[in-house]
Ligand binder design. Sequence first.
Ligand code: HEM
Length: 321
Amino acid sequence: MSEGVDPILNEQLKKLQAKYNVMGQDLSSYLDGLLYADYLTYWDYIHLDTLLSLQSPKTSFPDEKIFIVYHQITELYFNLILWETEQIANNQAITEVWFLDRIKRVNRYFHQLRESFSIMVEGMEKDQFLKFRMSLLPASGFQSAQYRLIEISCTDMINLVNAAERPALTEYSDIDLQVEKLSWRSGATEWATGKKTLTLQQFEEKYLPTFKAMGMRYRDKNIRKTYLKYFPDSKPVIDALRELDTYANVLWPLAHMKASGHYLHKAEQDIKATGGTNWQKFLPPRFQKIMFFPELWSDLEKEEWGKAAFLSNPSETFLAS
Ligand code: HEM
């Protein structure tokens, strides 16, 4: 290296040389590339133009844009949650501090989602919503695959099965049997006829193989299994997991239900959902009784799941926020 070159730079050049030598590459050519390359900009780095081109309303009602963007925001948060559950599942040298930190991240994302749901409940004109929603049939947020993948990455498939069917199955029952009895599949039946909705049929056709594969892949490394294997007696972990269960299976569902009630509830007869489901019977957490970590709840808490008594339990300090 030449005289007068900053020693730090010299060191960096040596390291780069070693790196490129390993791959049989000519460092000098790559340095030329660096010389001619443009500086990175913010808008290119986050693909801003692409991002802002991904909203295609089906109608000219201005509030439809809010509906689309908020769904997209939610899917991005779901993606961040899955990013964490995937890392937890694949960490071969997991420590309590690291695990707790990751669960807290997930809880933070759910917190944001719950808090921001008022953008749906209060942030659109009802008249516009009731009109543009008719152009979206039979699409529904029900068809969010990431929402289902979060469930599968957090707990054993058996905990996502209809409560009445669980006793007949075990954690290691045939995956086809478990998937057959998934709670959301029986929930999405037609209001009038009790048959599978088109929304459900299309969703199953596209994603059931993915859900089965994910279920098998996460059988021994979902969040519940990781907790039971490594940190079954840790109070901070237990607190964080109870918080996660509450956000995912009570608070977010209740915030979401509030939107359904606000837009679709009419005194004389509820308005049919875009997915055409019996949503009044299916959405409330007190009916679904889905818990990722059932062993962390007392019989009374399970009994009160999703009800006012559960939410006013003073020991749940985080609920106050
Ligand atoms: C005004 C706003 C909203 C209303 C009125 C609404 C309404 C509904 C209804 C009625 C259902 C039952 C299935 C059906 O018949 O379609 C449902 C399910 C669902 N929606 Fe929404 N929704 C809204 C916003 C959202 C948003 C922003 C998301 C985010 C992705 C979302 C995700 C879901 C999910 C995951 C389900 C399945 C829930 C479960 O299985 O427990 N929804 N929604």
